[in-house]
Write a protein that binds this ligand. Structure first.
Ligand SMILES: [Zn+2]
Length: 464
């Protein structure tokens, strides 16, 4: 019995929060308010006892629902996802994403019914499923080579999109792709969100962009090895998230419309077709790179004291390289990513390369479960001390693609997050990857002693 509760400063009311137990545990738990816990504690002190009958229904199904608006060319699809699961009331997380995606589907379908010429080139697939596992299952069956399945070209995830900003406390956010490979998806996403907010001045609302954190379904598509461009639309922070206070009174109808409009516009641009002007997309990309370079100069200037200025110089080098790659990519209409496998090493040198040995999307939770108990406890403490460390870990993991050494992974992640990562924390998080057995080090190709710790077989439980 625990009180991970939330006290609403305005009303003084207290709401039970969500507790998470390990998968397959024989334990059960109760989440209560602190007042209830105090009461229970008083009774326990007086040696009161309680008999509790727990019934767990492990047969309850959670559906994977999907539908598609067929495109004209039958090639790789654009996926839009919203997760169905979560303890109630879960109004914003994630009934809001589910409802907004239904709205997107209805709007795009009726637009097409009115005007056949509005059909996109690529199929847009809508996916409502339990978070992570549902999308993973659908991807697994959909991309089966035996059935001619193709990996999606892009994914747009809607998770916590309806927040009333005034009460929940966080802005509307575009969570970018991990920026390991160039893609116009984040520039276009930020452009449509900017336009949506510019055309809906009331109620007032803020929006912004954030670096890849990978805490929802888009993480399944974001691994750069998988050749898919993925972004998420969301709000953060939300002071009511994962508590009994995430109820419909925290949802703002105008914000729902903003989210649905932005998601629909983004999907249409990525899906391509007569309605999309690629020169306009190129202009958006060009303006975005100019802004990003200016931002990199600002961040670099603020960190000139780190490593004698080396971090700032690295950040500027990476920003310039990324801008050049993105502008070059945008020369080819309809392209949302380069062909896979063309990525260069981020840092030259003869140090061992770090390589993940799982196939398919990364399952970060299973990776953490693969760690020895002591390492897992230490990692939990690191994440509890600073929630941003989870995002750092997931950024590290997807960069373990055999082209970078340890330093290269840390540097590239810190540039994507636009902040230096403290050396001790970086070392500890990297070590966690190795402890899980999912990541190994091997000598760069051509050097003496290649394959020092080469692993041919993926660790147990990694399949699928
Ligand atoms: Zn959630």
């Amino acid at each position: 019995v625990t009180d991970v509760s939330l006290r609403d400063a305005e009303t003084g009311r207290e709401y039970p929060g969500r507790i998470e137990l390990e998968a397959g545990t024989g334990l059960f738990g109760f989440s209560v308010t602190s007042r209830q816990l105090e009461c229970l504690q008083r009774w326990a002190d007086r040696h009161a006892s309680a008999d509790v009958a727990i019934e767990i229904d492990t047969s309850a199904p959670m559906p994977v629902v999907s539908g598609a608006l067929e495109g004209r060319d039958g090639g790789r699809e654009v996926w839009m996802t919203a997760h169905l699961c979560h303890p109630r009331p879960s109004a914003n997380d994630n009934a809001s994403g589910v409802a907004a995606l239904l709205g997107v589907g209805a709007a795009l379908a009726s637009a097409r019914a009115e005007d056949r010429s509005s059909a996109a080139d690529r199929t847009i697939r809508f996916v409502w499923a339990p978070e992570f596992v549902g999308c993973a299952a659908l991807l697994h069956s959909h991309t089966d080579p035996g059935r001619g399945g193709l990996w999606p070209l892009a994914a747009i995830n809607l998770d916590m999109v309806g927040e009333d900003q005034a009460s929940c406390g966080g802005p509307f956010l575009v969570e970018r792709d991990p920026a390991c490979r160039p893609s116009p998806i984040a520039p276009v996403a930020e452009h449509v969100v900017e336009r949506v907010f510019a055309t809906t001045p009331t109620p007032p609302g803020a929006w912004g962009a954030m670096a890849y954190a990978g805490s929802s379904d888009h993480a399944l598509f974001a691994d750069p090895k998988l050749d898919c461009a993925a972004v998420a639309l969301r709000h953060a922070p939300d002071r009511f998230n994962h508590t009994a206070a995430d109820s419909t009174d925290k949802v703002c109808a105008a914000e729902m419309r903003r989210a649905a409009a932005a998601a629909a516009a983004l999907a249409l641009v990525v899906a391509g077709g007569d309605a999309v002007s690629w020169p306009a997309v190129r202009e958006v990309v060009s303006a975005w790179t100019t802004k990003e370079l200016a931002d990199a100069r600002r961040v670099a200037h603020a960190h000139t004291g780190v490593d004698g200025g080396a971090w700032s110089r690295g950040l500027l080098r990476r920003a310039a390289r990324q801008a050049a790659e993105l502008l070059a990519l945008a020369e080819t209409p309809g392209t949302f990513g380069p062909p896979p496998g063309g990525e260069e090493q981020s840092e030259p040198g003869a140090r061992p390369r770090v390589r993940g040995c799982w196939s398919g999307p990364l399952n970060l939770r299973a990776m953490i479960d693969g760690m020895p108990a002591s390492g897992r406890a230490e990692l939990s403490a690191l994440i509890a001390a600073d929630e941003r460390n989870r995002a750092v870990l997931s950024n590290f993991a997807i960069r373990a693609d055999g082209t970078r050494d340890r330093e290269g992974i840390v540097a590239d992640t810190s540039y994507a997050l636009k902040r230096p990562i403290e050396a001790g924390i970086a070392a500890r998080l990297l070590e966690a990857l190795f402890e899980s057995g999912w990541v190994v080090e091997s000598e760069p190709e051509g050097s003496i002693g290649a394959g020092r710790q080469g692993v041919a077989e993926p660790p147990e439980g990694v399949a699928g």
